[in-house]
Ligand binder design. Structure first.
Ligand code: CA2
Length: 157
């Protein structure tokens, strides 16, 4: 049986979360469910362990900080999973940062943004995304890690 890779040698995936996602589980459970952001991090850690990935899971309420984290990924990560939250629908600056990374990007939304208010139907970020997962609750993060594994393994195809 193959031994799992030591954490240092595993591909690093940044899992980045935008504004107000620190409120998960505390408000609007009818839209976002009952899981907290800590629960989502645990889900990602468990999924990453099974897939042989390392993850760097972060949340910020500050647009510039999110952009700096995306820029840093160019030097240190193999892929980006991002729930840009409200910046999805507003931030050309975040789109520009993602476009400069040349990394696979998966955009995740907990809710189905297309079933919600019209202003949520457009995503600037999607233009930089390899794929988008929305409407499957926090399981979308786990699905994104699985998809990211396939993207990284097939990178040279
Ligand atoms: O469905 C998603 O994951 C969103 O990215 C969440 C954003 C929203 O602006 C996007 O349109 C869709 C909102 C994140 C705020 O999350 C909260 C969670 C619980 C209570 C309050 C806010």
């Amino acid at each position: 049986m193959l031994r799992p890779l030591p954490v240092m040698e595993r591909p690093l995936i940044a899992v980045l979360n935008g504004p107000n996602l620190n409120m998960l589980g505390q408000r609007q459970p009818e839209i976002y469910g009952r899981a907290t952001l800590d629960d989502v991090e645990q889900l990602c850690l468990q999924t990453a362990e099974k897939l042989g990935l390392a993850i760097d899971f972060r949340q910020t309420n500050i647009e510039g900080e999110l952009i700096s984290w995306v820029q840093d990924c160019r030097k240190r990560a193999q892929g980006i999973i991002i729930n840009p939250a409200g910046y999805t629908h507003t931030s050309i600056a975040l789109l520009d940062a993602l476009l400069t990374t040349d990394l696979p990007v998966i955009e995740v939304h907990i809710s189905n943004i297309h079933r919600r208010e019209p202003f949520r139907h457009h995503s600037y970020v999607s233009r930089a995304a390899t794929g988008v997962i929305c409407g499957l609750g926090v399981a979308g993060y786990s699905l994104a890690l699985q998809a990211m594994t396939d993207l990284i393994l097939n990178e040279d195809d």
